[in-house]
Design a protein around this ligand. Structure first.
Ligand code: ZN
Length: 457
């Protein structure tokens, strides 16, 4: 079961080459550039091409300033914002044509000192370059495969050093009056919006992969709805979700995925919608926060071997969800999170519960975590939502490893998976009108794209 998590990167690669996913995006983004859509099928390749292309373009001594106004082109229907993209290119005359550039690809075992030596620069130059704190900070991140570019003048002295930190950012260290100064050259990122839809047939994870989503995007969706839906236990065949997310381009080349802008999840017939607000949090259309005081599940769904099983019986007793708690079956050692912020009121061991932790949340709520293999908090500790308080185990009276989780309101056991939870702060009357306007547009986009997708499939 531990292997499940480790397999993720490989599945991720499978996703990236999924032709079907790329086709879908192309069809729904008619205005997208051909180069961009070509690369969506393999962002890794796109990245390489970008580096190659970028190497040719890097300003030698001529200082080329290219500014492209960040464009936000909602390529999806309906088009809500038709901000025109303005692009201005200003190129100044070369000042020192005698500068000569050469590149160095970092190998494993390299140090900056060795690289400087190989490139024919003196220890004094290395010393001076590393006097710049910012440059030093980034040089610590040098990894095999990274490329450094050196520019020397006619006296073979280092005048500029460029290190591409990411497709967007390049560290540039320049010699100015005998010492070196660094700056980060940041390229403009164009953002486009894309859509994905999936119906769950085997698992949430697989559905996400098949829809062309990345690992991070799948986790984002789970965390957006993680206060409403227990992704570990409550997903069913036929559940569906759709999502609008950002794709980022530099010079027309795909460089990565941005934020999830809006998402909808239908779980067992119940529809949840979330829209990103400018404060970085997600809200429902009425402005109520998706974030709640408690997570539905104290176990991340990725640790549960099967996200759902229509014939799931209680894993320990063979009965469907008996007694006062909920049981999560996952490998021993799985991290257990505090579902809400609070104070540890018990952290102990007995024959029945095994290692257990109880947490008090405000006046009314208590959560209990039983059968742990390890406790990571002690009585009196304060915990935040999502803090790891222990590890799943099989201590106490159990027949197999699992977490037994209880949720009490005013001392009464409640089902944590459908109990009404206190919300985080909702949007106020001032924030609401602007939010609603965007939210309605995004939800309409979701709906239109979902319909188009379903009509085509
Ligand atoms: Zn139990």
């Amino acid at each position: 079961m531990a292997g499940f998590v480790q397999q993720l990167p490989r599945r991720h690669q499978v996703l990236l080459s999924t032709v079907a996913a790329a086709t879908l995006i192309v069809l729904l983004l008619p205005s997208e550039q051909a180069t961009a859509s070509r690369n969506t099928s393999d962002p890794k390749l796109a990245e390489q091409q970008l580096i190659l292309g970028e190497r040719l373009e890097i300003p030698v001594a001529a200082k080329a300033a290219v500014t492209a106004q960040a464009q936000h082109t909602p390529a999806l229907q309906p088009s809500v914002d038709t901000t025109a993209a303005a692009e201005t290119v200003a190129v100044s005359e070369p000042v020192e044509p005698a500068v000569q550039w050469s590149g160095y690809k970092v190998k494993s075992g390299d140090s900056l000192a060795r690289i400087f030596e190989r490139m024919g620069y003196s220890p004094q130059e290395l010393y001076k370059v590393t006097q710049d704190q910012q440059a030093n900070k980034y040089f610590l991140k040098l990894r095999p495969g990274d490329t450094l570019r050196f520019a020397k003048d006619t006296n073979d002295e280092l005048v500029q050093l460029a290190y591409q930190i990411s497709p967007i950012d390049t560290l540039i260290v320049s010699k100015i009056d005998g010492s070196y100064q660094s700056e980060i050259d940041t390229k403009e990122v164009q953002v486009q919006e894309a859509f994905a839809y999936a119906e769950i047939s085997s698992s949430f994870w697989n559905a996400g992969i098949n829809a062309g989503l990345t690992e991070n995007q799948i986790m984002s969706i789970a965390s957006i709805f993680g206060w409403d839906i227990d992704f570990a236990l409550d997903l069913r065949k036929g559940d569906e979700f759709s999502v609008i997310f950002e794709k980022e381009y530099v010079d027309g080349e795909f460089v990565g995925y941005g934020k999830v802008l809006a998402a909808e999840f239908v779980n067992q017939g119940e529809r949840y919608q979330a829209i990103l607000h400018e404060d970085g949090d997600y809200y429902a259309l009425d402005g109520s926060a998706m974030r709640k005081s408690f997570l539905r599940s104290p176990v991340k769904f990725t640790y549960i071997s099967s996200n759902f099983n229509p014939r799931r019986l209680h894993p320990v007793t063979g009965v469907v969800r008996p007694h006062n708690g909920t049981d999560y079956v996952a490998p021993v050692g799985t991290p257990i999170m505090s579902s809400g912020a609070g104070k540890v009121i018990a952290s102990a061991y007995n024959n029945l519960n095994g290692h257990y932790v109880f947490i008090q949340h405000g006046e009314r709520y208590v959560t209990k975590y039983l059968h742990l293999s390890k406790r990571l908090v002690k009585r009196g500790d304060k915990v935040k939502q999502g803090d790891i308080i222990g590890r799943l185990g099989s201590t106490g009276r159990v027949t197999g490893a699992h977490l037994h989780y209880e949720f009490l309101v005013d001392g009464v056991h409640r089902n944590p998976r459908n109990v009404e939870l206190p919300e985080a702060e909702s949007l106020n009357a001032q924030q609401l009108p602007a939010f609603k306007k965007i939210a309605e547009q995004r939800l309409a986009m979701l709906e239109n794209n979902r319909r188009t997708y379903l009509a085509m499939n």
